[in-house]
Design a protein around this ligand. Structure first.
Ligand code: GTR
Length: 422
């Protein structure tokens, strides 16, 4: 009797399943924090004041309340080029693999960087850098890519069995990388499996950089503003840039950081913190990425914190169903890229990521770009599908689902041609 009562009440207490809002009319009224007003209320009127005062404030707020902060000091990585093939992809490309030792020591945590460079072009070349979801060997069917030995989520479709990649996994995500097109346009491509930095699960930190870099090597508790997994992945992108900067065939001053979905949130956070990234691209990054949190359209702060408690910092949980209290919103993350070119892409069917919220975040970042006399989107309203807009802030919404497609890459390459130059 008591038992069944207990069961009943547990049932009654279970929160109702999350129902995402997809109705524009149900979006609550909200006021966005102003990127151009200092915490003490003074207006920011010059690029200099933005740079020296407001930018620092906003970055701090994102560290404290959203992504957490990196350790104050992290080791300098060391590098080892483990393979070079100058006749890759039928002679069109040079393929390099580089071990990046994240603690600086060869026996410590490392990540494996895969790089393709176009042959027969003047070096150094500009590059795209991005994390991948299922191992470097999935971005192209090239048999010369080392199969990732890391843990990954089982997937029959992606050729992962017992949490290990099999030969069948090669090239399974090639459509998302468009390697030949990128090379033909004169760019290098560099990528890393994000699981090299931290496995993507609540307990993943124990096998990743967060444990490796904690003072006692086995930290069990995090401060509410300590970095989460997104912070670690973003930090890894900066360490990859450390390598790219010293590779003579790559122009370290022309590296665009790009990412999809959770890795789009990550590319934005990497670009916000590390101004060495010359361009920043967010592909369908959604909640906690390019989409405004206050709209609560599709995925919400509460939902993302419940599903992925390890992505953001502890403090971010305070804003579950409490978005209005957030001292920042994601337009300010976009603004942190200023005056550098930033591109945000949405997909029409990807309502979970709130395409309109992604557009509005770019729109509300424009005043900061104006301080630098940089052109923003150049439109007042969200553009129709498949009509890219923008000058220094680029945006498109394409037809189709949550994914990275050849269409997306074509826009990124056009944008890069304009801003990174040739
Ligand atoms: C979803 C998550 C999104 C997005 C996506 C992805 O489950 O709700 O925020 O990050 O995963 O990364 O594929």
């Amino acid at each position: 009797m008591t038992l069944s009562l207990a069961c009943l009440s547990a049932e009654a207490q279970r929160p109702p399943a999350f129902q995402p809002n997809y109705d524009e009319a149900q979006v609550p009224a909200y006021t966005l924090p102003d990127p151009l007003v200092l915490a003490d209320g003074r207006p920011v009127k010059t690029a200099r004041a933005w740079r020296t005062k407001r930018r620092t404030e906003i970055l701090e707020l994102f560290q404290t309340h959203v992504y957490g902060r990196n350790p104050v000091r992290t080791p300098k990585p060391s590098f080892e080029v483990t393979s070079t093939d100058r006749l890759a992809l039928g002679g069109k490309a040079t393929r390099k693999e580089v071990s990046v030792f994240l603690t600086g020591r060869k026996d410590g945590t490392k990540m494996d960087l895969l790089i393709y460079l176009p042959n027969d072009v003047k070096k150094p070349v500009p590059a795209f850098l991005g994390l991948n979801f299922y191992g470097n060997h999935t971005i192209h069917s090239d048999p010369g890519i080392t199969l990732s030995p890391q843990w990954m989520r089982d997937s029959a479709e992606l050729g992962v069995v017992n949490n290990r990649a099999t030969e069948a996994a090669r090239g399974k995500r090639a459509s998302r990388w468009q390697v030949e097109t990128i090379l033909a346009r004169g760019y290098a491509l560099a990528t890393i499996y994000y699981g090299d930095l931290e496995p993507d699960s609540a307990e993943g930190w124990k096998q990743g950089v967060r444990a490796a870099l904690s003072p006692d090597g086995a930290k069990t508790e995090f401060a509410p503003d300590d970095w989460g997994a997104i912070g670690v992945w973003a930090w890894g992108l900066s360490r990859a840039l450390d390598y790219l900067e010293q590779d003579r065939e790559i122009d370290g001053k022309r590296v665009a950081v790009m990412g999809h979905s959770r890795l789009g949130k990550t590319s934005l956070w990497a670009g916000a913190q590390d101004e060495r990234f010359a361009m920043v691209i967010s592909n369908d990054s959604g909640c906690g990425g390019a989409a405004l949190s206050r709209r609560q359209f599709g995925e919400t702060v509460e939902r993302i914190n419940n599903s992925f408690p390890h992505w953001f910092c502890g403090n971010f949980k305070k804003y579950n169903r409490n978005e209005a209290a957030l001292p920042v919103d994601q337009h300010q993350l976009i603004a942190l890229m200023a005056p550098r070119p930033v591109y945000v892409a949405s997909a029409e069917e990807d309502r979970w990521a709130d395409p309109r919220g992604e557009f509005l975040a770019t729109k509300h970042a424009e005043p900061v770009y104006r301080l630098f006399r940089k052109g923003g989107l150049g439109v007042a309203e969200m553009p129709p599908v498949n009509q890219p807009v923008g000058d220094t802030i680029g945006y498109h919404i394409r037809t189709g689902a949550h994914d990275v497609t050849a269409y997306d890459w074509e826009q990124y390459l056009n944008f890069a041609d304009r801003h990174l130059g040739k």
